[in-house]
Design a protein around this ligand. Sequence first.
Ligand code: UDP
Length: 319
Amino acid sequence: MKYLITGGAGFIGGHLTESLLADGHQVTVIDNLSTGSLRNLDAVAANPNLNFIQGDILNFPELDNIVAGSDAVIHLAAAVGVELVVKDPVHTIITNVHGSECVLDCSAKHHKRIIIASTSEVYGKSKNPEFCESDDLLIGSPTFSRWSYACSKLLDEFYLMAHHRASGLPGTVVRFFNTVGPRQTGQYGMVIPRFVAAAIKGENLQVYGDGSQSRCFCHVFDTVQAIRGLINNNDSFGKIYNIGSRRSISILELAQLIIRQLNSKSEIKFIPYAEAYEEGFEDMQRRKPSTQSIKNLFGWEPRHTLEEIINDVAQSIEQ
Ligand code: UDP
């Protein structure tokens, strides 16, 4: 099959590209290399089935032709990382709203299979013990930049659903929950690559707030398998799927686990949220997915443990 992956030089995109090429598929990657990196495609750079194009989906006249020539589109290009979102909310909104509009319009015009990446952030300040795709959503006030990410992604979801209803667009939304693994950079705020890098160097692990907030971390290899399973599943058209792990851990326990597992001499330092992000920053206290929908669809469940994730991230940093 011929795939178009927008944001294919990003962390998830690079792993997905590698996986599809390994099975003999053709992959065109469009990436503006703003947060993505060619290093994520190093292992497949010489593969004749890879067509890498440095371009920005916001302004890319060839997009229509490339979508027309593809069998499926996986739209991953987006502003990533809470820190980046807080620093540059204008860029976040334009990229996530207008960029997705361009890709979805082309896919609708040519009636192409499309999967778009959304985020667990859309569940906002929900206090539910686990988040289900059909839940009502509780987003914070627009006076806090953080929520621009959730709102922009949510609009993408609505836009895909609108096209699905209007013309039968074969589209699916995936909501990623804290995806982690080799090659992920801590540059844009992601906690595991940051903690692991600090533990290796013997530097302080900086826990924001009191560390009681919890997350579920999913290995990128499992995320890639989930996306691949969905691509060829017609029952997923017009639906939304959470993709994530169900093992919940507080950020303080995560820091302790990483120090222990890597035999590090690092210490934990608590940093107030206002210092780490912005005054009045609202974190999500807990975030755990229900993954029953995707499990029911084709039996997907994560296979890699948190300990494996930490080892893989450590190995990739040490390389
Ligand atoms: N975090 C932290 N130290 C860091 C980076 C992040 O304590 O150096 C916290 C962050 O405040 C959040 C959690 O770790 O509560 C996960 O952050 P990440 O940016 O990885 O993902 P998020 O869940 O915020 O999208």
